[in-house]
Each structure stands twice: as C-alpha cells, then as structure tokens.
Design a protein around this ligand. Sequence first.
Ligand code: BEZ
Length: 211
Amino acid sequence: MTVRLGDIAPDFTAPTTQGDISFHEWLGDSWGVLFSHPRDFTPVCTTELGYVAKIKPEFDKRNVKVIGLSVDSVESHIKWEGDIGETQGTPVNFPMIGDPDRTVADLYDMIHPNANDTQTVRSVFVIGPDKKVKLTITYPASTGRNFDEILRVIDSLQLTAGYKVATPVNWTDGGDVIIGAAVSDEEAKQLFPQGWTTVKPYLRVLPQPNK
Ligand code: BEZ
C-alpha cells in the first residue's frame, strides 16, 4: 500500500523492544518518526541507530516520538543494540519494532522488490499529532540518512502548522520565512503586523514570526 502525504498513517499493533504497542495509541498527542532499516547487524544501520539515540533529546524537545523497524525479530534487535551502544557511544533509547512477518513493512510499502524483496529500504515517515503523514523519504540501502535534515523538516512542519508561512531553501530554525502564496497582502497585514519585505509580489519575506 502506498502511503502518501496527507494520508492517515496506517495503524497497527506490533512487538517492540519496549513491549507491545498499538501505534496510534503509542503516538498519543505527539508527533512521530517511524523509520525502517534493511537488517540488523549491518554497518550503515548501526551508525544510523547510534546517531538517532544520540540526538533523541532533540526529538524530545520537539515533542516527537521516534520508533525504528526492520524485518528482524525483537530478540535480534535486543542483541544488536548491545553492539550499537558499544560502538556508537549511546545506548538505543527508543523502541524498535520487530517485524519478521513484514506486517508493518507491507502496510507502509517499505519493501522494494526492485532493491531487495527480503529487506526493508531506508524509509522515513513523519507523522503529525493528527496522525496524518507529513513527510516521506526513501533512501537506498547503501546511503545512510541525515537525521539532522529530518529535524530541520520537523522544525519547518511545526512552524508552518501554526503560521501561514513557508520555509525557503536550506532554511533552518530562526531564519527568514516566506508568506504563503495563498495569503493576500490584506490578510498578511492582519497576520504579520510587523511587516515584511516584498522582493517580488509572489516573494514576500519576513523574520520567523515565533522568534
Ligand atoms: C548497511 O546497513 O550497512 C546495509 C544494509 C543492507 C544493505 C547494504 C548496507
């Protein structure tokens, strides 16, 4: 099943390294990041999981719950986590879904037969508190993800959920933003009384409004 932006994230129950979960209930009112990796005991995945563990406080600060998945069992994940803590410097501090029968992987279309039909690809789903999918990214097995970029996108998603703005190329939190194309100048005067710079009628720039 293809999961598209704006879809309700498919719900499921699954075993994890921190006990059985019902996904939507586990998310509660938080944002969520569900990410898959090809297999346990593989090198790129080891570095990714170690890094996510290291920056977990950054996800916590943003009210985002993080959960990993591969088509291995919870028992396998738990054994592998020993290696991750030992080699990457931070013990894994978020749940990992065991999915040996591929229930969740199939639900989220994480198996790509063109790449390998027995492994999950490196998928990322960012889910909002409304349970809707806000971001999907798919990387090939050979390329480790940039989780700082995922935090950057979450900053943009959380900002644009509250203000009628968009974020420009390479924006990071605190940078100038753009007034949404659907917002008229009249409405913008109400929304942004502090004013903005009109570079072109369709390109109106202002400092980030919540800073
Ligand atoms: C890795 O995590 O290193 C990896 C996993 C599957 C295929 C290629 C690389």
